[in-house]
Design a binder for this molecule. Structure first.
Ligand code: 5GP
Length: 341
């Protein structure tokens, strides 16, 4: 783990509400109880203690989490804490994604939600060691949302382009929604120059995964439940893949890491990036995901280093920004006494 920690790393699949620290969840839950607002703690405890939750139960956990965090102050806090945790793990570049939420009962609009997240990012950069990490944002389109909500999110992403938003992603419970529901919003994003990444193949759904591959996003996430034909299509597409090993085991998308698609894709030279998805609630870190990959697939230090350095090629940064992060990566390497060319 020490070697993985020393590597300068790039995080391309991180859901803001999945990064929340346990200690923060406890504090926020405590504050809600104090304010006398009902909060299903029993349900939260039940879900977190399930040893083998179904994929649907995993996603229900987020509904409860959202009742704690969809609040301007809480969002600002969890955004700052997410960056603190990434930087402490030697993540030098992060694309943080989140689903803007509208909660009229709490005075929250999608715009004010994002302003709170951006304030949290600013808070981080106002702190002393701020040049450690470069951050960009992706706005998530939730699979279960209405078409209007999805279009609103894309319009918001377009308005926030000069504030660090580089793209959108399709996310959420893999059992919800259908390709026809979200294609219009995704087309709107792409036609207006936003980058697009889609979470795909977390459960076997060949028709949907094929539609996603045919659409040709800039990146894909997961793709761990593929038929042999879909695997061939993915390989020939060359679309970079965000791989989230711990997440795939917890949601039981894969039963055994040795059988994870990563093994074949990596061997065949497909562009892959190790990511955490939900570092807080999965109790992991990007360093840990590298260590798990090393253990499960027998990767050498040299291979891990290469994976870490190449990850930046698949980011949504432009060439000039990428060079500046590359320089930072070289500095981190030099500090660790490592070399990469
Ligand atoms: P948020 O967008 O609220 O900041 O982050 C949490 C949301 O991201 C959840 O509602 C969940 O739907 C989505 N999410 C988190 N992890 C995963 C994942 O591994 N796969 C998919 N498809 N969605 C996820």
């Amino acid at each position: 783990l020490a070697f993985c920690k020393a590597l300068p790393k790039v995080e391309l699949n991180a859901h803001l509400n999945g990064t929340v620290r346990d200690s923060t969840i406890k504090e926020l839950a405590g504050a809600l109880m104090l304010n006398g607002k009902p909060m299903s703690l029993a349900r939260l405890v039940h879900l977190t203690q399930q040893t083998s939750p179904s994929i649907g139960e995993c996603f229900q956990l987020f509904d409860i989490l959202h009742s704690l965090t969809t609040d301007h102050d809480a969002l600002r806090r969890i955004a700052r804490e997410a960056l603190e945790d990434f930087a402490a793990d030697n993540v030098v570049y992060a694309e943080l994604r989140t689903t803007p939420k509208c909660r009229p009962d709490r005075g929250i609009t999608k715009e004010s939600y994002m302003e709170a997240v951006l304030a949290g990012v600013d808070d981080y950069f106002a702190s002393s060691n701020a040049e450690d990490i470069t951050v960009r944002l992706l706005l998530s389109i939730g699979r279960g949302q209405s078409q209007q909500e999805m279009l609103d999110t894309v319009q918001l992403a377009l308005r926030l382009r000069d504030r660090g938003v580089v793209g959108v992603d399709l996310t959420g419970n893999p059992t919800a929604g259908e390709w026809e529901d979200w294609q219009e919003a995704l087309d709107l994003a792409r036609d207006n120059g936003l980058k697009v990444t889609l979470e795909a193949g977390e459960m076997l759904n060949p028709e949907e995964t094929r539609a996603m591959l045919d659409w040709g996003p800039d990146r894909l996430g997961h793709c761990c439940c593929l038929t042999p034909e879909l695997q061939r299509l993915l390989l020939s597409s060359g679309i970079p893949l965000e791989v989230c090993l711990t997440s795939n085991v917890v949601t039981r998308s894969v039963l055994n890491l040795k059988e994870h698609e990563f093994a074949t894709l990596y061997k065949r030279g497909h562009p892959v990036v190790l990511c955490t998805a939900d570092s807080g609630i999965l109790n992991t870190s990007l360093s840990r995901e590298y260590a798990i990959a090393a253990y499960a697939f027998g990767l050498t230090d040299r291979q891990l280093l290469r994976l870490a350095m190449e990850a930046l090629d698949f980011s949504f940064l432009d060439d000039i920004e990428r060079i500046s992060v590359q320089q930072r990566m070289q500095t981190v390497l030099a500090c660790a006494g490592l070399e990469y060319s």
